[in-house]
Design a binder for this molecule. Structure first.
Ligand SMILES: Cc1cc2nc3c(=O)[nH]c(=O)nc-3n(C[C@H](O)[C@H](O)[C@H](O)COP(=O)(O)OP(=O)(O)OC[C@H]3O[C@@H](n4cnc5c(N)ncnc54)[C@H](O)[C@@H]3O)c2cc1C
Length: 276
């Protein structure tokens, strides 16, 4: 979102042992920690963060295994992953080409679009939970709409099962999904993606559609604005603060509640003291 202050510490572990060590050091020193992927879905406090940001972006290995299975380290971003899969002739993830996310963050929230969800391709997930390394089968991850039970673990890597396809066909799919995103989303501005979960709030109503219907597109607080292109997005017009964004989120929540809709946030708000 390009808002927010500074963290006290930021570390970039390169492998699982380093993640384990960092979390041990945090525990020993009573420091709060927060695991970050690409930060696409996290609204940082203007005052910063008082603990340790454990950014997994340097855990960026892709290993091609047998039978169209790929082992992807948590910090691999979806752009790089799609390009690598396309080169290898492995299809399935084209739908998420263009989403600014790491595979770890995307699996934790079971991200998706255009009728697909990442869990469709997950075989197993390697995690660090309460200081113990575990490999969870897909059935143990409790995936549902924008949810998994991985939220209280550190996802270290994911095994994905894909299918063979010609690289040209995969590249075409990637290009058409990217085009759809660019046409429908305000990709030219910094944002957090959809602010609210698009889960049906009653048989007919999605939060973004309702915000649009209520004429709230273009509403601004400071430099944060409800996108005119997609009512589900709040964009940074340039120079927005975290406070602007959060106030606008709360304003939309009030408006939605006033017509009987209880929106659920998709974004993560990280406060200075580490509370979410
Ligand atoms: C322009 C734009 C378009 C978007 N479009 C879509 C879309 O179409 N579909 C969709 O589903 N989302 C979309 N998003 C939202 C976003 O990309 C996803 O939420 C994505 O999953 C965030 O990944 P990340 O790596 O940036 O995670 P972060 O934002 O860094 O983290 C998100 C949460 O996951 C946790 N987390 C991150 N990595 C790990 C890990 N390895 N282990 C444990 N916890 C972790 C963090 O602690 C945090 O709570 C969009 C966002 C933007 C900005």
């Amino acid at each position: 979102m390009k808002v927010g202050g500074k963290a006290k510490y930021v570390v970039f572990p390169k492998n699982e042992k380093e993640v384990e060590k960092i979390l041990q050091i945090c525990a020993e020193n009573k420091l709060k920690s927060f695991v970050l992927g690409n930060g696409s879905n996290v609204l940082f406090d203007d005052k910063g963060f008082c603990g340790v940001i454990v950014c997994l972006k340097k855990m960026d290995k892709i290993q091609f295994l047998k039978n169209n299975v790929v082992k992807v380290s948590a910090g691999v971003n979806l752009f790089a992953l799609n390009v690598a899969l396309c080169e290898r002739g492995l299809s399935g993830l084209e739908f998420c080409y263009g989403i600014p996310a790491t595979i770890g963050g995307f699996v934790v929230m079971n991200g998706g679009c255009f009728g697909n969800e990442i869990c469709q391709f997950v075989q197993s997930v390697r995690v660090l939970q309460d200081g113990i390394f575990k490999t969870l089968k897909k059935s143990e991850c409790d995936f549902s709409y924008r949810h998994s039970k991985l939220q209280n673990c550190v996802v270290l890597s994911v095994k994905l099962k894909l299918k063979s396809e010609k690289s040209e066909k995969i590249a075409q799919n990637m290009a058409s999904f990217l085009k759809l995103k660019r046409e429908n989303q305000p990709c030219e501005f910094a944002s957090l993606g959809s602010v609210f979960k698009a889960k049906k709030t009653n048989p007919e109503i999605y939060p973004a559609k309702l915000i649009d219907k209520m004429g709230l597109k273009g509403v601004k607080i400071g430099k944060a604005e409800v996108s005119k292109k997609h009512a589900g997005f709040i964009i940074n017009r340039g120079g927005a603060t975290s406070k602007d964004v959060l106030e606008l989120v709360k304003f939309l929540e009030e408006k939605l509640r006033s017509v009987g809709v209880a929106p659920e946030r998709e974004i993560i708000v990280l406060q200075e003291d580490g509370n979410e």
